[in-house]
Write a protein that binds this ligand. Structure first.
Ligand code: SAH
Length: 333
């Protein structure tokens, strides 16, 4: 078990080569070489929340809003399944008009035809709604706590508390979802000891899935002047999370791709085992700008699934078929 001081040491030392090697070794030993795809569909960019870092927050009045229909989302998810991408991640802002009721229709539509894994990432809901969504057949839910520092959390989230966010995360787990959580790296006012606490809090929660990514400053948000995170720091965080969570599924997230063309490969060589290609249809995708510089080039419309597979095979890693459930968990369907 790494101590807080050791984590800080790894975050700031000159050369983290041995950290990356150890994370890679442990990843191979505990979750194997297989890389799984999680196909993202960003189904609505309407949002009632006011997160200071986020480009689609309600604060940003300058963007074109869109909402896909229940049928569009259902059909696209089933198409991914047929293409061999057997997990769909349905992500949105906090959109009251595409909320639990509409999502239940999507889940039932998918479940009537497929056993693919359904992951939701649609923000905070009443606890009873998590249960309904889970009972309808959704498998996984992603919700980051974003930062473990209570003051920073409240400043970034319009006065909402970290405590409440952690209660939400607990409700998600209680509802029986496979939980994915994590935080933002390089937020303004976040120092290395706070980052070490983020790593430790994630590990305490023992989530079967972990998602972290660099904060990227968006020009139309209150944090427009932030510096964002460096690639090397982000990769160190991924590697440290692997050391503390040997069996978790950890992606090289999309935001990492904004930092360098080979960021995804480097994450996969330093502890990560998941890739999340974006399948949001063009016409919508360019309006889902949580942060600028989102890598349209990594989307399947531009870079085909085959090319993505080749890049992974070039690392000597097979691409998984099937749902790729967390190792300690048996699928519910
Ligand atoms: N509304 C849902 C899902 C969409 S936001 C939710 O809040 O959970 C998904 C993730 O995008 C957030 O958890 C946040 O960590 C990340 N994100 C938002 N703005 C970002 C930015 N400027 N840079 C990097 N990541 C960002």
């Amino acid at each position: 078990m790494l101590s807080r001081a050791e984590i800080i040491q790894w975050l700031q030392c000159d050369d983290a080569t041995t950290l990356f090697l150890e994370a890679d070794r442990l990843r191979r030993e505990r979750v194997g070489d297989t890389v799984y795809f999680r196909g993202i569909i960003e189904f609505s960019n309407y949002c009632s929340s006011r997160c200071a870092y986020c480009g689609i927050s309600a604060l940003n009045r300058g963007i074109k809003r869109y909402r896909m229909s229940v049928k569009e989302v259902t059909d696209l998810a089933l198409e991914l399944d047929r293409m061999g991408v057997n997990t769909v991640v349905l992500q949105s802002g906090e959109d009251p008009r595409f909320s639990t009721r509409e999502m239940l229709q999507v889940i039932c539509g998918i479940r009537s035809q497929s056993a693919m894994a359904i992951t939701l990432s649609m923000g905070e809901l009443p606890a009873a709604d998590y249960r309904l969504l889970r009972e309808a057949g959704a498998d996984r839910y992603l919700m980051r706590f974003e930062t473990s520092d209570p003051d920073l959390f409240a400043r970034l989230h319009d006065g909402h508390t970290l405590e409440r966010r952690l209660e939400q995360i607990e409700s998600i787990r209680q509802a029986g979802f496979q939980l994915g959580t994590g935080f933002l790296i390089g937020l303004p006012d976040q120092n290395l000891s706070m980052l070490a606490d983020d790593i430790l809090l994630t590990s305490e929660l023992q989530p079967p899935m972990i998602g972290v990514g660099p904060f990227v400053a968006h020009p139309d948000t209150p944090l427009r002047n932030g510096n964002g995170a460096a690639l090397d720091l982000s990769l160190r965080v991924v590697a440290l999370l692997r050391l503390l969570n040997p069996r978790a599924h950890i992606p090289g997230t999309t935001a990492l791709d904004t930092l360098a063309p080979d960021a995804r490969e480097r994450a996969l060589l330093g502890g990560a085992n998941i890739v999340m290609p974006n399948f949001t249809p063009s016409g919508y995708r360019e309006h889902y700008l949580l942060y600028p510089g989102k890598p349209f080039a990594s989307a399947v419309a531009v870079e085909s699934l085959d090319t993505m597979k080749k890049r992974i095979h070039a690392l000597g890693r097979p691409v998984g078929s099937g749902r790729g459930d967390p190792l300690s968990i048996t699928p519910a369907v």
